[in-house]
Design a protein around this ligand. Structure first.
Ligand SMILES: NC(=O)c1ccc[n+]([C@@H]2O[C@H](COP(=O)([O-])OP(=O)(O)OC[C@H]3O[C@@H](n4cnc5c(N)ncnc54)[C@H](O)[C@@H]3O)[C@@H](O)[C@H]2O)c1
Length: 275
């Protein structure tokens, strides 16, 4: 069932990485955020470098009667980032919410990662937050403030499982530090900056890149013992974007089925036997 409401009525939002990488209810996080925002009354600028992916999200929002516009661009490019804010303001007159959702990963520890791949991951995941915010914040200030939500990861707080991806871990940890500083230094402009740290979300990206054994382990690893979806992440972001969270800034909210609360030994009784 599709729930609609007015939790973001009157707000204009940019969501990066808003293109569909899945289908039906099995969607990527950016697509889930965009759909929920539109269902709750926001006007949404859907940013993605992949036009076809963005068209799919747009079509779904239009079908549901929502209001959205596509911006095809690259969050690592400063001109693109300036133009995306201009596009939101020109389409809808202002900007209130920015969700920095784009993120890429890939294998490599410090001893074997290629230098140019390291730079790419840091640019796409971390530098992009600076580039999009650089142009979004002045527009938010003009409208009396705003909300920025940055997608980190539990891997920004604890080493992740599977193959090491040190560039990913560094970028997601960097997002936490940057977000805290932004929260402090733009607080008096009534700009709130918060982070979401998703855990083992069963998303199209994860389904494409994980073995059945790894998917099973991801699901069982946390206290709740079932898969989170892109929708679970998107509902947390909806709250932080809305005025319901008007006094919440500078926090990192794990959306992880309780994973960060548990040490490996705490989970031992639940993992020692096969299901
Ligand atoms: N899926 C998980 O389990 C998980 C866990 C923790 C954190 N996260 C974070 O959540 C976010 C979304 O993850 P997802 O699994 O939905 O991703 P996804 O790969 O399904 O979607 C990412 C989207 O970003 C777009 N994109 C990539 N590079 C871009 C660029 N340079 N400019 C513009 N668009 C670009 C892609 O075209 C795609 O549509 C990421 O930041 C990811 O690190 C995901």
């Amino acid at each position: 069932m599709t729930t609609t409401g007015n939790r973001l009525e009157g707000k204009v939002a940019i969501v990066t990485g808003a293109g569909a990488t899945g289908s039906g209810e099995f969607v990527g996080i950016g697509q889930a955020i965009s759909l929920l925002f539109a269902r709750q009354g926001a006007k949404v600028l859907l940013v993605d470098r992949d036009e076809k992916n963005a068209e799919i999200t747009l079509a779904q929002i239009k079908e549901e009667g929502g209001d959205a516009t596509i911006f095809v661009g690259d969050v690592t490019n400063i001109d693109s980032c300036q133009e995306m804010t201009e596009a939101a303001v020109s389409a809808y007159g202002k900007l209130n919410v920015l969700v920095n959702n784009v993120g890429i990963s890939g294998p490599g520890s410090v001893t074997d990662v290629a230098e140019d791949f390291w730079d790419t991951v840091i640019d796409v995941n971390l530098k992009s937050v600076m580039l999009t915010s650089k142009f979004a914040i002045p527009e938010m200030i003009k409208d009396g403030g705003g909300s920025i939500i940055n997608l980190s990861s539990i891997v920004g707080l604890r080493a992740g499982g599977g193959r090491p991806s040190h560039a990913y871990a560094a970028s997601k940890g960097g997002i936490l530090g940057l977000s805290n500083s932004m929260a402090v230094h733009y607080g008096r402009d009534n700009i709130r900056v918060n982070c979401i740290a998703p855990g083992h979300v069963y998303s199209p990206m994860v389904a494409r890149h994980s073995s059945d054994e790894m998917l099973n382990l991801r699901r069982r690893a946390g206290p709740l013992g079932f898969d989170g979806t892109a929708w679970d992440v998107a509902y947390a972001i909806l709250f932080l974007a809305s005025d319901e969270a008007r006094w919440i800034s500078g926090v990192t909210l794990p959306v992880d089925g309780g994973l960060l609360a548990a040490t490996p030994l705490a989970m031992y009784p639940y993992l020692k036997d096969p299901e």
